[in-house]
Design a protein around this ligand. Sequence first.
Ligand SMILES: [Zn+2]
Length: 145
Amino acid sequence: MCMSDRRVCECGRNAAFLLYGNNLLPPEILVSLYCPQCRNQVSWDPHTMLEDCGWVLEYDVEGAQVLLNQRGLTSRATPEFIFDKGYLTWQGLTPGDLELNRELHQRLAPLIEQDLALYLKSLKSEWLAHVGALKAAGWRKAQHT
Ligand SMILES: [Zn+2]
């Protein structure tokens, strides 16, 4: 079971859907979330932050380290480790992927009744095109799909 939730960024103009892999880390470990419009408010610290296409996630890396150790994980906590292992990362491939995915399913839903094979085919091709676009744009999680 992985918990997920929606977090509004520091300026309040945007929000991200977040995933907490294995429920290992609580939401407080993400100290701040900056969208491309408010990322300039923060001075960059590579020891606690990870940037993904203009979004900045600021982690409580020390707090995460304690929790990792408590669970018997000896890996060194870094923003990259926390993000890439999925312990506190985007739900989906980008901050808004969950919503996009929902929209895609909704948009194609009428096809289910008409032509299920076409529905599945369209869903697959549109999703692959979407992932391809994200990959090209440089989104971190899309690089590994
Ligand atoms: Zn913002």
